[in-house]
Design a binder for this molecule. Sequence first.
Ligand code: KG4
Ligand code: ZN
Length: 336
Amino acid sequence: MNILAIETSCDETSAAVVRDDLSILSNVVLSQDEIHAPFGGVVPELASRQHLRAIVPVVRESLAAASGVPLEKMDYFAVTQGPGLIGSLLVGLCFAKGLAHYHRKPVLGIDHVQAHIESARLEKPGLEFPALALVVSGGHTSLFVLRKKLAYRLLGKTRDDAAGECLDKIAKFLELGYPGGPVIQKHGAAGDPARFAFGLPRMSDRSFDFSFSGLKTAALRVIRAENISADGPGLADFLASFENAVVRALMANFRKAAEKVRPKSAILCGGVARNKRLRAEFEKTAEAKGLDFAVPSPKLCTDNAAMVGALAWTVVKSRKRIPSTLDLDAYPRSPR
Ligand code: KG4
Ligand code: ZN
């Protein structure tokens, strides 16, 4: 079985070929970072135009990299259906539907956030359930529990900014570049994470929701009070302290949820899961709790089509029949 997977939900155009044994034959990702960098964030109109330009070459390159498996040899097409930027989603969705129609094969609409979670299983397929998954990216910050395969139950999500968005906004304010997470990690690497104290957000109810807008406001206050700038003193300490605060906020909620859910395994995924400090804290926590855990290798954390193929593979393997319908609409926000 061969699956051609396509991902265009935000600012990466990606195509992957995934085979029967869940091996990734190719996973081509064309980032638009350079296009959006001057604006300090993704410009939706530019993103969809760039997807239009890139989709054909990216799919071609993905087929070539998969030792030339031709389109005729695909058994399924899979594509991100949502959530994401509507214009960006539509490019991948229409393209995949066109291919499926022409080749008379089913097309599967895949949820982007669930695909991030499934990316962890590409490298570690045998994780036990219940699994507690922390998804942290530029658009999402959520906790899910899976009591069995494909049963994603949302435990909590951000009420305002996503963690990656918060990092991106502070980097933009300091004119450090885009995306913010990697530049904050780089410039803060030698800094003292205890130099500036940030309080953690507290939810007044007993939910597992996140909130990052307060942290962002506190960071802006410190920047002004301490005269932090891109080339001034104190930058490394400030960035290390701020990054540390974001990681602490994520991990505090994860620990609280783990106490309640008592999972057997833990998953960390999404673009922010590339962050070294977060990876180290997550692994330390999972080990201390005796949990088996999976954190995808960095290239599988940021948006990519292999994760879409991985989820499609799991769906195909667990259903008797995949209906051959072209009746898929893009959804910009998660249905719940
Ligand atoms: O998953 P992703 O590629 O796209 C979304 O679905 O949003 O995540 C992109 C986010 C950006 O906010 C970026 O700043 C963040 O991931 N990111 C990082 C790192 N690399 C990427 N954040 C912290 N540390 C990193 N090393
Ligand atoms: Zn993503």
